[in-house]
Design a binder for this molecule. Structure first.
Ligand SMILES: Cc1cc2nc3c(=O)[nH]c(=O)nc-3n(C[C@H](O)[C@H](O)[C@H](O)COP(=O)(O)OP(=O)(O)OC[C@H]3O[C@@H](n4cnc5c(N)ncnc54)[C@H](O)[C@@H]3O)c2cc1C
Length: 403
């Protein structure tokens, strides 16, 4: 008989973490995971470029929540229950040491996502979690005090159901039949497509600290910028794509950005350029990059300022100096479309947070129905924060159910 105390729908990061913690904390409960695919944890496998960026070295809940464009307010309480340090400890107790990289991202020391998968599979077996593959849930209904879950070939019964299906549109449709509100899903964490002479043939160029504004919006971010084959990437852009996920979708990914490459105001930069004109009078402008800008980009910006390659600083006139100051401090680029950021992408949107009790991650509409992970309208910028949401929500669901 397919009857369980708890069924977790979805064998991804959140689903496995929830199931293992329930089964460990309360061995009396019969726990199953129903996974649609032939194997589970597929996103874990490809995550972080195959290395799995498990979490982030940010240990203050108030700081940690600022990385979540959706979920900032709601996750504060949960992070006081289980957060990044607890994630580290959880994995370390199971023999998986994590290391912190310079930018705060944390990975398994093995540099392989398989280590995380092996850990989960071993723990699931140890605590007798029944993982049933090729079992996509097609319908969820309440009959008396049990949830009835229908797959293509079978019917499952459970007292408590946990939905951990990530960004599955089909599951969101099922949840709508249970009267849950689903916030319209849109992509988050993408790069910007830009075709422009100033960045043509210079992929790989990185500027360490730029400010990028999306014109005609309040969206602004600072951080590293990378020139790619098709436009711009790196944290300054990815942050905008996350915080602007909804707004940029509404603009159909067709908008202008203004980049300050040197973190100086226009007038301040113009003064500095006038100074350089004095000091470097006999040197060619084109040849010697200034303000720490990579040479290949500097040369493009010089040409865009209508300064010919052969000109010395002494040669250039006031308009050219102003052009250069404009290129350095408020260069406008047209964005047309987006591309996938291969290391990590997520969906903004999902179950409306107003309908969830964040002390337990239980539905406010249905008793004994819980949510964990990306199925909720919670997502974060890149850096390990999305998995942290999966671990935190999974852990709290587990504790609510196991107690
Ligand atoms: C390429 C890539 C790299 C990433 N790298 C990172 C990273 O390094 N760090 C980070 O923090 N985040 C990363 N992310 C984001 C992270 O993977 C997700 O936020 C996280 O996997 C969400 O976990 P989840 O369990 O909620 O959903 P998922 O991991 O998507 O798992 C959902 C599971 O439910 C199953 N399922 C769906 N519908 C049904 C159904 N009806 N019945 C049964 N099962 C169903 C799916 O098959 C899947 O196995 C990355 C994402 C991508 C795409």
């Amino acid at each position: 008989m397919n009857t369980f105390n708890v069924i977790i729908i979805g064998g991804g990061a959140a689903g496995f973490f929830t199931a293992i913690n329930i089964a460990k904390q309360n061995p009396d409960l019969k726990v199953a995971v129903l996974e649609k695919a032939k194997t589970g944890l597929q996103k874990v496998k490809i995550s972080g470029g195959g290395r799995c960026n498990v979490t982030h070295a940010e240990f203050i809940p108030q700081e940690l929540v600022t990385n979540y464009p959706r979920g900032e307010k709601e996750l504060l309480g949960p992070f006081h229950q289980f957060m990044t340090g607890d994630t580290m400890a959880w994995f370390e107790e199971r023999g998986v040491a994590l290391k912190i990289e310079d930018d705060g991202r944390m990975f398994p020391e093995s540099n392989s996502s398989q280590t995380i998968i092996d850990c989960f599979l071993k723990e699931a077996e140890k605590y007798k979690v029944e993982v049933i593959y090729s079992s996509g849930v097609l319908n969820i209904e309440k009959h008396d005090n049990a949830w009835v879950l229908q797959t293509k070939t079978e019917v499952f019964y459970t007292e408590k159901a946990v939905v951990a299906t990530g960004s599955s549109v089909k599951m969101w449709d099922i949840l709508k039949t249970l009267n849950h509100t689903i916030i319209n899903p849109v992509p988050s964490l993408f790069t910007f497509n830009v075709t422009d002479k100033r960045i043509k043939n210079i992929p790989g160029v990185v500027v360490q600290n730029v400010t990028v504004k999306v014109l005609n919006t309040n969206l602004e971010s600072t951080g590293p910028l990378l020139v790619t084959h098709v436009g711009f990437s790196a944290p300054s852009i990815l942050k905008l794509s996350a915080f602007g996920a909804v707004e940029l979708a509404e603009m159909n990914y067709d908008f202008d950005i203004e980049i300050n490459f040197i973190q100086q105001e226009f007038n301040q930069c113009l003064d500095a350029l006038k100074q350089l004109k004095q000091e470097l009078a006999k040197k060619t402008v084109f040849k010697f990059a200034q303000f720490g800008i990579p040479k290949r980009l500097w040369q493009k910006l010089v040409l865009a300022s209508k300064i010919e390659e052969s000109k010395t600083w002494a040669d250039i006139n006031k308009t050219q100096l102003e052009n250069l100051a404009t290129q350095l401090t408020k260069a406008v680029f047209q964005v047309k479309g987006k591309s996938t950021f291969k290391d990590e992408f997520v969906t903004a949107g999902g179950v409306d947070l107003k309908e969830v009790n964040f002390k337990t991650f239980e539905s406010k509409l249905h008793k004994n129905l819980f949510f964990a992970g990306e199925v909720l309208n919670i997502d974060a910028i890149t850096g390990g924060f999305n998995f942290q949401n999966a671990w935190t929500s999974g852990f709290i669901v587990a504790r609510s159910i196991a107690d």
